[in-house]
Design a binder for this molecule. Structure first.
Ligand code: HEM
Length: 240
């Protein structure tokens, strides 16, 4: 079934919108929740328990997270499939960002289901979700799993940060070349901030050989210490 231009345009706009609302907003909330790991097991689990106690949680998860991500990702696969990489009319930097946006999307297609199945639905595989701090801590003791998480965190950070640039272009929010260039830089700084804080949260689960996270405030006095087990474009025509 061939799409009309109007249908194609609407679908592309919706794919763009869902990347920010609600998926991007959820990503921000997820990053903040994980940063509570810096305060130790009790602080982290308290926030997780609060989220689990939200009314209509199941509906929120299905319609606020799962359906929008599935929609965004399904259309994303189609966009990757029909993408024309290495456009010679564009500078190297713009081609690289265009390609990275798509590569990180495909990485997330595998990482997100793996992450969700082994945390939110760990019980399906005989694990316990009673203490999610301990669960993450156990997982991240394995250097390969830690490396996988670093890759997942960096992919999500770049994809969202750089995606904010694409979003602004697709929704016609930036018209002047100068504004597009400035927002491109800001979007990459946002990606960098997400990447650094995301890795800092991973380190808060106390994984590898004594590497410790940067704490801007001391761990909570009660239950603040880590567990004893822990060793411590389209948009191609736009200017960037
Ligand atoms: C953490 C989950 C995700 C977030 C927060 C997210 C966010 C975003 C954002 C904000 C954009 C920019 C929209 C635009 O360019 O107008 C975008 C674009 C894109 N996303 Fe995602 N996304 C996620 C997961 C995925 C997945 C799993 C795929 C699967 C392949 C994917 C594929 C794409 C593609 C291909 C684009 C480029 C669209 C274009 O340039 O027209 N995304 N994403």
């Amino acid at each position: 079934m061939a799409l009309t231009d109007q249908q194609y345009f609407t679908l592309r706009r919706l794919q763009s919108l869902t990347g920010v609302l609600p998926v991007g907003v959820f990503l921000l909330e997820h990053w903040l929740t994980n940063a509570f790991a810096l305060g130790g097991a009790a602080a982290y689990n308290e926030k997780v328990d609060f989220l689990r106690s939200l009314p209509y949680l199941f509906l929120l998860e299905i319609f606020g997270i799962f359906v929008p991500i599935a929609f965004h990702a399904a259309l994303g696969c189609w966009i990757v499939w029909e993408a024309k990489f290495n456009n010679r009319a564009l500078p190297l930097r713009q081609n690289a960002l265009f390609t990275l946006q798509r590569v990180t999307g495909v990485l997330l297609l595998f990482f997100i289901p793996y992450h969700v199945l082994t945390t939110r639905f760990a019980e399906w595989f005989g694990g316990s979700t009673h203490d999610l701090f301990a669960l993450m801590q156990d997982k991240l003791q394995n250097p390969l799993t830690f490396a996988l998480y670093v890759a997942g965190v960096l992919a999500a950070s770049f994809h969202f940060g750089n995606g904010l640039w694409g979003f602004a272009i697709h929704w016609g929010l930036l018209t002047s070349k100068a504004a597009q260039r400035r927002w491109s830089l800001a979007a990459l700084l946002i990606a960098l901030a997400f990447g650094l804080t995301g890795i800092n949260s991973l380190l808060a689960f106390g994984p590898l050989g004594g590497l410790s996270p940067l704490r801007l405030q001391p761990a909570a006095a009660t239950g603040g210490a880590p567990h004893a087990a822990a060793p411590a474009p389209s948009g191609q025509g736009a200017t960037r």
